[in-house]
Design a protein around this ligand. Structure first.
Ligand SMILES: Cc1ncc(COP(=O)(O)O)c(C=O)c1O
Ligand SMILES: *[C@@H]1O[C@H](CO)[C@@H](O)[C@H](O)[C@H]1NC(C)=O
Ligand SMILES: *[C@@H]1O[C@H](CO)[C@@H](O)[C@H](O)[C@H]1NC(C)=O
Length: 449
């Protein structure tokens, strides 16, 4: 993008010659940037990827990545980009762990397509399978006995594989639904290829078509953090449980989940989103084989390098639970749970001070992992704008806080989703800035006082 801009400049320069000063050009450059940005924003749903790249670049230019917690003075200028759920918060923990999870791979290693030819999932590294089983046992969040484990390039690929597996025998496109507010990627991923096998039908609560359907149950839910169950409950329904956030830093682990098809991902478990590793626990062998088939057709398996790294990271997480008292910050879940607790406290304080916003209220639950009661600490804040503000995303954008509008999640734009998993510096800047946005009404009252 920078290259594009400078070449645009030089072309302008040649045509206009010395009449234009450097200052003119700077103004022009701003105009080009703003119009480019607006075009991108208008086309946002279609070119979300471009926006992602764009906003990440902008973020790097403004809030420089930092691992320290240092006090940040906010001049209100830096863009705070909390649109994506990029789990960079966890970097700090893994830095502290030093070389514990370093993996060295020689050039001659892992050159074959195959990992475990006798396994139903022939591209699954046995080491990863072992660590997945172990971690679920340590945490107690899912049953693995009598389940087939299928590894995927992120749980995003497994989601697509599951849609294929569950609909491949259907005579007409299967309806795919999820209760609003639903994860914003579901509709886009489901319909991106205009498949003849399945079709996005929106909010499960409003679903009234007859025939077989697939209901996505995300629990705890992205974006709002609530624990969920299926809502359509008709015969002919197949459930996919997306349990990306069913981990003890986010929500009380109340029971080992034992649904027919469950999806997990390292990105939300340990923060290693860039490894692109997810796994499915599948009860039915025929469905598991079809999920494997899809991954075979789409990517002929899953990066072995990533699987081995994932295995090492999961092993470190399980090991850490075994050595220290689980609540200590040396343990992975101790660190992440404490971070989430303090972040939610700071956020609720800021929201309270501003008087404009509101957040969901959660019922505390007993967690078998921590052996105590606590309130859910979701990976996203589902913030509602009050004070008659209809478009919360635009309102916050005016304060240079980038969030994702409720309309992407199938609900009103008075809501936004805000990532709670960014680095300390960004998060601290965010709560500081949020707390300074005051309700006009409250300000008038304070003035009268
Ligand atoms: C509910 C849910 N499922 C799946 C994913 C995608 O995970 P992955 O990075 O493994 O593709 C996300 C990521 O935000 C998510 O929130
Ligand atoms: C659907 O089934 C779930 C799980 O058994 C239950 O918790 C929920 O209340 C049911 N919902 C409706 C609308 O019947
Ligand atoms: C919000 O502020 C009010 C008044 O200052 C206080 O009584 C209340 O407990 C606060 N609530 C939270 C959640 O902090």
């Amino acid at each position: 993008m920078l290259h594009l801009r400078s070449s645009q400049f030089s072309r302008v320069m040649v045509k206009l010659g010395p009449v234009f000063s450097v200052r003119h050009l700077l103004v022009l450059s701003l105009a080009i940037n703003v119009s480019l940005m607006l075009t991108v924003i208008r086309e946002r749903v279609k070119v979300e990827e471009i926006l992602n790249m764009f906003s990440t670049k902008l973020q790097l230019a403004t809030v420089s990545p930092s691992t320290g917690d240092g006090e940040t003075t906010d001049n209100g200028e830096a863009i705070i980009n909390l649109d994506h759920g990029d789990p960079t918060m966890y970097e700090k923990y893994w830095q502290r762990m030093g070389d514990k999870t370093t993996v060295v791979i020689s050039g001659w290693q892992f050159t074959s397509y195959f990992s475990d030819p006798k396994n139903l999932c022939w591209f699954l590294e046995p080491e990863l399978a072992e660590e997945v089983v172990r971690l679920h046992r340590v945490v107690g969040n899912a049953i693995t006995k009598d389940y087939h484990i299928v590894v995927g390039t992120g749980s995003s690929q497994l989601f697509q594989a599951a849609l294929y597996a569950l609909s491949s025998d259907a005579s007409e496109p299967m309806s795919v639904v999820s209760a609003a507010p639903y994860y914003s990627s579901y509709p886009v991923i489901t319909d991106c290829l205009k498949s003849g096998l399945y079709k996005w039908e929106g909010d499960a609560q409003a679903f009234d078509k007859s025939g077989p359907y697939i209901e996505l149950v995300t629990s705890p839910n992205n974006p709002d953090g609530f624990v969920r169950q299926s809502v359509v409950n008709r015969s002919g329904g197949i459930l996919v449980h997306d349990l990306a956030y069913y981990w003890p830093q986010y929500t009380p682990i109340t029971t080992p989940a034992d649904h027919d098809l469950m999806l997990f991902t390292v990105s939300k478990t340990t923060g290693h989103a860039g490894m692109r590793i997810g796994w499915a626990l599948v009860k039915d062998e025929i469905i598991a084989r079809k999920i494997v088939k899809y991954i075979e057709l789409s990517t002929i398996g899953v990066s072995k390098d990533s699987q081995l790294r994932a295995a090492k990271v999961l092993r470190a997480v399980s090991d850490s639970c075994g050595v220290a008292h689980p609540f200590k910050e040396e343990t992975f879940f101790g660190f992440s749970h404490h971070s989430m607790e303090s972040r939610w406290m700071l956020l609720r304080e800021a929201v309270n001070r501003s008087g404009i916003f509101s957040l969901p209220e959660f019922t505390p639950g007993f967690c078998n992992f921590w052996n105590r009661v606590f309130e859910p600490l979701p990976a996203f804040a589902w913030l509602k704008c009050g004070d008659g503000i209809e478009d919360c995303e635009s309102f916050l954008r005016g304060h240079k806080i980038w969030t994702r509008s409720g309309r992407y999640f199938g609900v009103s734009p008075s809501y936004v989703r805000i990532s709670m998993l960014d680095r300390d510096r960004t998060f601290n800047l965010f709560v500081k800035r949020l707390s300074r946005i005051r309700s006009q009404r409250r300000m008038r009252l304070e003035h009268v006082d």
